[in-house]
Design a binder for this molecule. Structure first.
Ligand code: FES
Length: 170
């Protein structure tokens, strides 16, 4: 299935090289719908921390999986996004144990340091700040998942330094 003209000319269209990488990943699992979740996980990493429509269309075509199934997976699981996100994905836990240990103050510090609210991406495309439910490390709350790494015992006064480190690493 080829992209229609509107998708090709969209200002938000995914880079051709990235779509080629997506096709290479997905084509390895043609007619294997059981592999959709790990494929989407891998694809999301190369496609800007998200699975926008042209990326989903590529996966659908290469795996021969219906778009409805892809859409169902990416909207059911919180770890997928239908939009591109920042290069670094910060997910702050907002569940009760983290909340009582000061997660809101940590979130405020991130929002202030990054200049965005939860759910937004910095204008330079570097960081997306999100909140999430328990990530299973309540013993080190307040905690966050930053990309695939867990950060615990977060303190508002350490947030700026952490952002600087993440920026250098990215
Ligand atoms: S409540 Fe935050 S990690 Fe469990």
């Amino acid at each position: 299935m080829a992209l229609n003209e509107k998708e090709k000319s969209c200002c938000c269209a995914t880079d051709t090289d990235i779509l080629k990488q997506v096709a290479a990943i997905a084509s390895k699992w043609r007619d294997r719908p059981d592999m959709l979740i790990p494929v989407l996980h891998e694809v999301q990493k190369v496609a800007g921390n998200g699975i926008p429509k042209d990326v989903a269309v590529t996966v659908s075509r290469e795996m021969r999986v219906p778009m409805s199934q892809i859409y169902g997976v990416e909207t059911f699981y919180a770890f997928y996004s239908t939009e591109k996100r920042g290069k670094v994905l910060i997910r702050l836990c907002k569940s009760a144990p983290c909340h009582v240990k000061g997660a809101k103050d940590v979130l405020d510090a991130f929002e202030k340091a990054l200049g965005v609210r939860a759910g937004e991406t910095t204008p330079d495309g570097m960081f997306t700040l999100e909140t999430c439910e328990c990530i299973g490390v309540c013993d080190v709350s307040p905690a966050a998942l930053i990309d695939d790494a867990v950060y615990g015992d977060l303190k508002p006064e350490n947030v700026s330094e952490l952002i600087s480190l993440l920026r250098k690493r990215a």
